[in-house]
Design a binder for this molecule. Structure first.
Ligand code: DX5
Ligand code: ZN
Length: 222
């Protein structure tokens, strides 16, 4: 089970008590802290910038898994690296020179990730697998926490797993959206190894316990 990574999304945290909420999921054994950056253009919602990333950085030692749902994500490469981002994941449709920006993320000391919306084909990442440390599959349409897992996602997770196995390099396969104690087993069985969860963790009475429950559900999934 060591390859299962749980990444609570602070989009569902209490922003007035961010450090305390992060401390709770650290206590529960979270592996990463997922930070959802939204610009009001690529998605309708507006969320965090470098200041919030720096605040999360001060609150814990876990890697910060920064997910940019923004147009021209490359504008944030340097400020986010400076703020303490560990993983820089963006959507390929939001920019033109995808490979250049993946390489730049690595040069700045971050891991490089690409995120695909439910309707975006795996073909968008096939030619840059060498430049990739993480592939994020959206299992809802991005923009908000608390949406339902799109069932058809499991087939895409399986295809992505096959693609990564064939390629041979260790690329993390992350799923994001609607991951709960009820859906995580399906996503794990399909081949995902990294699981973002917002409302299922911070909406639970005990976020530490919610992290443990999610991990346990992977252990019992076929
Ligand atoms: C959605 C974000 C997710 C969100 C997940 O656009 O990318 O990371 O926080 O929230 P839940 O787990 O509640 O679906
Ligand atoms: Zn996200």
């Amino acid at each position: 089970m060591s390859h299962v990574r749980i990444a609570p999304s602070i989009l569902s945290a209490d922003f007035g008590r961010l450090a305390e909420d992060i401390a709770r999921v650290v206590e529960g054994g979270a592996d990463l802290i997922h930070v959802d950056v939204m610009d009001g253009r690529y998605v309708p919602n507006l969320t965090f910038g470098a200041g919030a990333i720096a605040a999360a950085r001060r609150a814990c030692d876990l890697p910060l898994d920064v997910h940019l749902m923004v147009e021209e994500p490359e504008r944030h490469l340097e400020p986010f690296a400076e703020a303490g981002a560990s993983i820089f994941t963006f959507h390929p449709e939001a920019t033109r020179h995808v490979q250049r920006h993946l390489a730049a993320a690595r040069e700045l000391g971050m891991r490089a990730g690409l995120a695909l919306n439910p309707a975006s084909p795996l073909a968008l990442v096939e030619d840059v697998l060498d430049d990739l440390d993480l592939l994020l599959l959206m299992t809802v349409n991005p923009g908000y926490a608390g949406q339902r897992y799109i069932e058809g996602s499991s087939a895409k997770i399986r295809r992505a797993r096959t693609l990564l196995e064939r390629h041979g390099r260790a690329v993390w396969l992350e799923v994001d959206g609607g991951i709960t104690a009820d859906t995580i087993g399906t996503a794990f069985a399909a081949g995902a190894d990294t699981f973002v969860a917002g409302s299922a963790v911070f909406g639970a009475p005990d976020p530490a316990d919610a992290v443990r429950t999610l991990r346990r559900r992977c252990a019992v999934a076929v």
